[in-house]
Design a protein around this ligand. Structure first.
Ligand SMILES: Nc1ncnc2c1ncn2[C@@H]1O[C@H](COP(=O)(O)OP(=O)(O)OP(=O)(O)O)[C@@H](O)[C@H]1O
Ligand SMILES: [Mg+2]
Length: 261
């Protein structure tokens, strides 16, 4: 099962990605979590200890690997390089495993075709497509804001795309935009998750104003989320209210997706 998480900046994509990844891992699934944000922070949200975090480096920044696989140095244009480099060994070699979650940092990925034709994007695009083709038990993708950077492969292989919103009109506006862009490229399996929700009134607001996306669930606003970050521990361990909500969402998603198949 492959889940992509998107939404406006700062709404809680990484927090939700970490919660779902840990929920599925604890349910006995083999989870590959992919941080596709140019400034990765999923490792922190998952509570990876500093020693393991030090072993992680975004693939986009591995100049020697990019040279070895594509035949050209990142940043070079106009020369020859391979457009379909070998990538099958990358997920295992460069990921780090902690409490059942295998984490891979991709770095900045532009899959939509607007990116440069350069060695690094050839490697990242091939790797991304490979990840989507793999028969991973569970793939959780922490994307960055928007869907402009999503390509065909995402549409064909992602089972669910979650759009995270805060209970504000502005945030819902972005969700509507994402829905529009997603539908333009044929992606329809979208869900809404309301984060930082204070009370039932805010839940009702989101239910009422959703841009036509089914609501998967809500995560309460809780200052302990920031506290977990300061303490360097997983939100999953530190904030039971969020853990319970995320576990419930994980179950619904699985149920819905397998029902469709
Ligand atoms: N339910 C919550 N209650 C309180 N604070 C939260 C909650 N969820 C997330 N936060 C806080 O909001 C901030 C943004 O969260 P997060 O990094 O998960 O968002 P993001 O969408 O991944 O951001 P970015 O767009 O920068 O990648 C963090 O400081 C986080 O601690
Ligand atoms: Mg993030």
């Amino acid at each position: 099962m492959k889940i992509a998480i998107s939404g406006k900046g700062g709404v809680g994509k990484t927090t939700l990605a970490a919660l779902l990844a840990q929920a599925y891992a604890n349910a006995g699934r083999n989870v590959l979590a992919v941080d596709a944000d140019p400034s990765p922070c999923l490792a922190g949200a998952l509570g990876f200890p500093p020693k393991l975090r030090a072993q992680l480096h975004p693939i986009a920044e591995m100049d020697d690997l990019i040279l070895e696989r594509t035949g050209a140095r990142p940043g070079t244009t106009g020369g020859f390089f391979t457009l379909n480099p070998r990538v099958d060994d990358i997920p295992e070699r460069f990921s780090v495993l902690h409490r059942g979650v295998r984490l891979l940092e991709m770095g900045s990925v532009d899959l939509g075709g607007s990116g440069c034709i350069c060695p690094e994007s050839a490697l990242l695009k091939t790797l991304f497509t490979h990840l989507l083709f793999r028969k991973d038990d569970m793939l959780v993708l922490d994307m960055y804001a928007g869907v402009e950077h999503l390509g065909r492969a995402t549409v064909d292989f992602v089972d669910a795309m979650i759009v995270v919103v805060e209970p504000t009109r502005r945030s819902l506006g972005t969700a509507a935009q994402i829905k529009h862009l997603a539908n333009d490229i044929g992606l329809t399996r979208l869900w809404l998750v309301g984060n930082k929700v204070l009370d039932e009134e805010e839940e009702a607001f989101l239910e009422r104003e959703t841009p036509g996306l089914p609501v998967l669930g809500f995560l309460p606003a809780d200052l302990a989320v920031q506290e977990a970050d300061r303490l360097g521990i997983a939100v999953y361990d530190h904030v039971p209210a969020l853990r319970h909500s995320a576990e419930h969402m994980a179950e619904i998603l699985e149920h819905q997706i397998f029902k469709e198949e």
